[in-house]
Design a protein around this ligand. Structure first.
Ligand code: NAD
Ligand code: APR
Ligand code: ZN
Length: 237
C-alpha cells in the first residue's frame, strides 16, 4: 500500500482548459446536474446526457496535461507503489502525462470509456462519439445499450472502496483541486499524520485548519513545493 496518497479533483485540470464544476463558469452553472448527471438521467434524458459526455470526450482530444500532472507523473515513475494516485476526474490527463491507466484510481469513471447496460462490458472508444461506435450498441452482446462509463450522482461508486484501502496505510495525504463537495476530504485527512491541501481559495466544505500545510494557489504554482515535500518524506523513510 502507498505511503503517499495524491487525491485530486477538477481543479488540477483547470489550467489545461477543462472546466471545473463549482467554480464561477463551472459546468454546474450551465447544466442542471439532475438532467445529465443523476441516476436515472439516461432513462429520462438519454440523448442530452450522451451528448453532454460526448462533447466533454471530444473536447479532451486537444487537451494537454499541465505541469501539475507532469510532475506527479515524474514522482510516480520514481517512487512507484509508494505513491497512490486517486482522482475524481474523468479526463485522461494523468494518462497523457505518462502514468499507466491501471495506476490511477478514477473514482467517477473515465470519459473515453463506455459501458454496456446489459452485459457490463467496459471498453475504450477514444474520442469518437458514442453513437458512432457500433451505433450505440454493444459489440459483445449486440443487444445492450452503451452508456458513458461515468458515475452519476446517486449511483454506486465502487472505486470508493479503494480510498479506504489506501488511506489505511497513508502517512502523507495531498489533496489538490477539489472543493470537497463529494469526497469528504476532511474525514480522510483526520486519519493521516501529514496532509497538504492545495486549492485556489478556501472551500466551505473544507476546514483548512485540519491540514498540516495549505497552499491557496494554482496547482501548477504549488506543485514544486508539494513535490519536494513528497521527495523529502519518501527519501527519509
Ligand atoms: P456520494 O458522495 O453520495 O458517494 C457516491 C457513492 O459512494 C455512494 O454510494 C456513497 O455511499 C459511496 N461513498 C462515498 N464516500 C465513500 C467512501 N469514503 N468509501 C466508500 N464508499 C463511499 O456521491 P453522490 O452524490 O451519490 O454521487 C455519486 C457519484 O457520482 C459521486 O462520486 C459524484 O461525484 C459522481 N459524479 C460524477 C460526475 C462526473 O461528471 N464525473 C458528475 C456528478 C457526480
Ligand atoms: N489549481 C488548484 N485548484 C484549483 C484550480 C487550480 N488551477 N482551479 C480550481 N481549483 C480548485 C477550486 O478552488 C475548487 O476547490 O478546484 C476545486 C474545484 O472544485 P469542484 O468544481 O467542486 O470540482 P470537484 O471538487 O472535483 O467536484 C467533485 O463533484 O460534480 C461532481 O463528479 C463531479 O468529480 C466531481 C465531484
Ligand atoms: Zn453488452
Amino acid at each position: 500500500m502507498a505511503k503517499v496518497v495524491i487525491l485530486s479533483g477538477a481543479g488540477i485540470s483547470a489550467e489545461s482548459g477543462i472546466s471545473t464544476f463549482r467554480d464561477s463558469e463551472g459546468l454546474w452553472e450551465h447544466y442542471d446536474i439532475k438532467d445529465i448527471c443523476t441516476a436515472g438521467c439516461l432513462e429520462t434524458n438519454r440523448e442530452t446526457t450522451i451528448e453532454f459526455y460526448d462533447k466533454r470526450r471530444l473536447d479532451l482530444a486537444d487537451k494537454e496535461p499541465n505541469r501539475a500532472h507532469r510532475v506527479i507523473a515524474r514522482l510516480k515513475a520514481k517512487y512507484k507503489d509508494d505513491i497512490a494516485i486517486i482522482t475524481q476526474n474523468v479526463d485522461d490527463l494523468f494518462e497523457k502525462a505518462g502514468i499507466a491507466h491501471e495506476d490511477i484510481v478514477h473514482l467517477h469513471g473515465y470519459l473515453t470509456k463506455v459501458e454496456c447496460e446489459k452485459c457490463g462490458l467496459v471498453y475504450d472508444i477514444g474520442y469518437k462519439k458514442t453513437q458512432d461506435s457500433f451505433n450505440g450498441k454493444c459489440p459483445t452482446c449486440a443487444s445492450g445499450k452503451i452508456r458513458p462509463f461515468i458515475v452519476m450522482f446517486g449511483e454506486a461508486a465502487p472505486m470508493y472502496a479503494k480510498i479506504n484501502q489506501e488511506i489505511d496505510d497513508c502517512e502523507l495525504l495531498v489533496v489538490i483541486g477539489t472543493s470537497g463537495n463529494v469526497i469528504a476530504v476532511d474525514i480522510l485527512s483526520s486519519y493521516v499524520d501529514r496532509t497538504i491541501l492545495n486549492n485556489l481559495e478556501p472551500s466551505i466544505t473544507i476546514n483548512d485548519e485540519l491540514y498540516t500545510k495549505v497552499l491557496y494557489k494554482k496547482a501548477t504554482e504549488a506543485i514544486d513545493e508539494i513535490a519536494s515535500e513528497i521527495e523529502i518524506f519518501l527519501e527519509k523513510r
